[in-house]
Design a protein around this ligand. Structure first.
Ligand SMILES: [Zn+2]
Length: 301
């Protein structure tokens, strides 16, 4: 869910919309792409995270279809969760489709397009959040709207949650679950994480499911030492001690440890990927350096 800010500082992100080239003539046939463009144009950089505006935009799409909609403001002004629900016959518990509406900030000088224009180039929509995760939000929203438009009979309610405050804020799904569990109570939820990868021919190469995510551990480090005038620094200065501790943290490398599910994941990738990629996922004693690999890429174990 919460990929690192560093990763998301890439120059531009894009989501493939499966449009043939050139895309311009095809855009009118792709409402999901159009919705994604609209979502990107609402700047929800967090902070401040104006997800309330995006919730209002979604409401204008859902209400005309007769879909039950609720906007839940958070204690942080401007941030709001959006809930849409279509009813099933109640024989099964609901399924929740959840995606966060906020995005991390941008370093505009590193972008080759306006990050909040939702520009379409060669069949791709470019913009902040196109991948993480307004693309996913657009897909989930379109699914729910199509179910409603086509009056698809359902055993379970389908709930769409456009989440207010995922990128480091205080009022994300944890807050929503604690304060409004009734709106999101479900048997299971689908969220970002995992990928559906296409192969070179446009077919499905593999579908992955993420069962866990890296988590951060906030630490408060306190150092104590003798206070002196800066002209007479002492070796037990609290600043020096703190600096040494931070340097140790910076140099720390987490040991690689495979658990059964990650081992199976890499073994499956070794079987399903084309060479040379497939060789990177094999056990070290089975690896042979492929002839075509002259780029010196690192192995992915
Ligand atoms: Zn995300």
């Amino acid at each position: 869910m919460n990929a690192s800010v560093f990763f998301k500082s890439a120059i531009a992100v894009a989501i493939c919309l499966s449009l043939p080239h050139p895309a311009a003539a095809q855009r009118k046939d792709n409402p999901t792409a159009d919705l994604l463009t609209e979502l990107i144009r609402v700047d929800t950089s967090n902070p401040p995270g104006n997800t309330g505006r995006l919730a209002e935009l979604l409401a204008t799409k859902f209400r005309p279809l007769g879909i039950e909609v609720e906007i839940i403001p958070t204690p942080d002004p401007g941030k709001a969760h959006f809930i849409a629900r279509i009813k099933g016959d109640g024989t099964k518990k609901p399924v929740l489709l959840a995606a966060h509406a906020d995005v991390v900030g941008v370093e505009r000088e590193k972008w080759t397009v306006d990050p909040f224009a939702g520009e379409v180039r060669d069949g791709y929509v470019y913009g902040r959040g196109a991948i993480d995760v307004k693309g996913g939000l657009a897909v989930f929203a379109e699914v729910v709207m199509r179910l409603a438009k086509n009056h698809v009979p359902l055993h379970r309610d389908v709930i769409l949650l456009s989440e207010a405050d995922e990128e480091g804020g205080l009022y994300g799904t944890t807050w929503l679950a604690e304060s409004h569990w009734n709106v999101m109570d479900c048997e299971f939820a689908l969220n970002e994480g995992g990928w559906i990868m296409k192969d070179a021919r446009g077919g499905v190469q593999y579908v992955s499911i993420s069962t866990a995510d890296k988590v951060s551990i906030p630490l408060i480090v306190t150092a104590k030492g003798t206070s002196t005038h800066s002209s007479m620094p002492r070796p037990d200065s609290a600043i020096f001690t703190l600096s040494k501790a931070l340097a140790k943290l910076a140099d720390y490398q987490t040991p690689v440890e495979l658990i059964p599910s990650t081992r199976e994941f890499f073994e499956t990738l070794a079987k399903t990927s084309e060479p040379p990629l497939s060789t990177y996922f094999q056990k070290p004693d089975q690896q042979q350096r492929p002839q075509s690999d002259s780029g010196g890429g690192s192995r992915n174990q």
